[in-house]
Design a protein around this ligand. Structure first.
Ligand code: HPA
Length: 279
């Protein structure tokens, strides 16, 4: 189906359940990080399965629903679980939820994920403010006909992660006493974890953390005129940096362990973003 038609159909299906609710911030919660939804004064929840044509996540640990509500006075649309390219969806489906939240009115996209740490100074459990990204190893979500109603054919990507949002997140982390690393996120397709040689390649390319999501969503959001920010939870050291083989269970466990501090940081950041003026 034409991606624009699909988007419009999904919008029609979900807006009937929203009663006019318009989020300011769209928040995507990654693997094992869904507990943040506990912090929301909930207005409505909508399971992805209730939205006609909406891609369904098949990954264990991803819940698969929208939570709409309020975090410290800021109206938010929160995705508990996302879909990934490795699940077999077209890239246009992978980024459909972001475009949908844009259509609902969200001006800001706050991305989170679990990643493997490449930077030698990172440890499992660290949080990394995403300052830039490498997305070239997965198909670009803008390939195909351009939808002029969303954005231009050749969008600028010189500041994918918004400087003002990054400054607010840094201030929030420091006032809460939450240590925050910074770096470049690289998206590979997955679903296999990387080989040691691939991680060496990623390091040479300038990546600090590796994962299987996020960068494509950031591109689609930028294309659609959203301000974007992102925080990665370094769940493990990337392949070759430790002796133990990587497992999804380990990633989930590490994300679970980091969840309380992560919740505090994201909640505080969203509250501050909600209060900020953007021109
Ligand atoms: N590699 C890719 N994706 C990941 C990893 C990793 O080591 N950890 C969590 N997501």
């Amino acid at each position: 189906m034409n991606p624009m038609k699909k988007l419009n159909d999904c919008y029609e299906s979900i807006s009937a359940k929203l009663n006019g609710f318009a989020p300011k911030v769209a928040l995507v919660l990654g693997s094992g990080l869904g507990a943040l939804a506990d912090e929301i004064a909930v207005e409505t929840t909508v399971n992805y399965s209730e939205i006609e044509g909406f891609p369904q996540s098949t990954v264990q640990g991803h819940k698969g629903r929208f939570v709409f509500g309020d975090i410290g006075g800021c109206p938010v649309a929160v995705m508990q679980g996302r879909v990934h390219y490795y699940e077999g969806y077209a890239m246009s489906d992978v980024v459909l939820p972001v475009r949908l939240m844009r259509k609902m009115g969200a001006e800001i996209l706050f991305l989170t994920n679990a990643s493997g740490g490449i930077n030698a100074s990172f440890a499992a459990g660290d949080f990394m403010l995403i300052t830039d990204q490498i997305a070239n190893f997965a198909p670009n979500p803008l390939i195909g006909a351009n939808f002029d109603e969303l954005g231009v054919r050749f969008p600028d990507m010189s500041e994918i992660y918004d400087g003002k949002l990054n400054a607010l997140i840094r201030e929030t982390a420091s006032s809460l006493g939450v240590p925050l690393k910074e770096g470049v996120y690289i998206q590979l397709t997955g679903p296999c974890f990387e080989s040691p040689a691939e991680i060496r390649m990623c390091r040479v390319l300038g990546a600090d953390a590796v994962g299987m999501s996020t960068a494509c969503e950031a591109i689609a959001a930028n294309h659609a005129g959203m301000r974007v920010c992102g925080i990665s939870c370094v769940a493990n050291l990337a392949c070759g940096l430790t002796d133990s083989p990587l497992t999804h269970a380990e990633v989930m466990e590490a994300a679970d362990k980091a969840a309380p501090l992560f919740k505090k940081l994201i909640k505080g950041a969203v509250e501050n973003i909600g209060k900020a003026e953007f021109n």
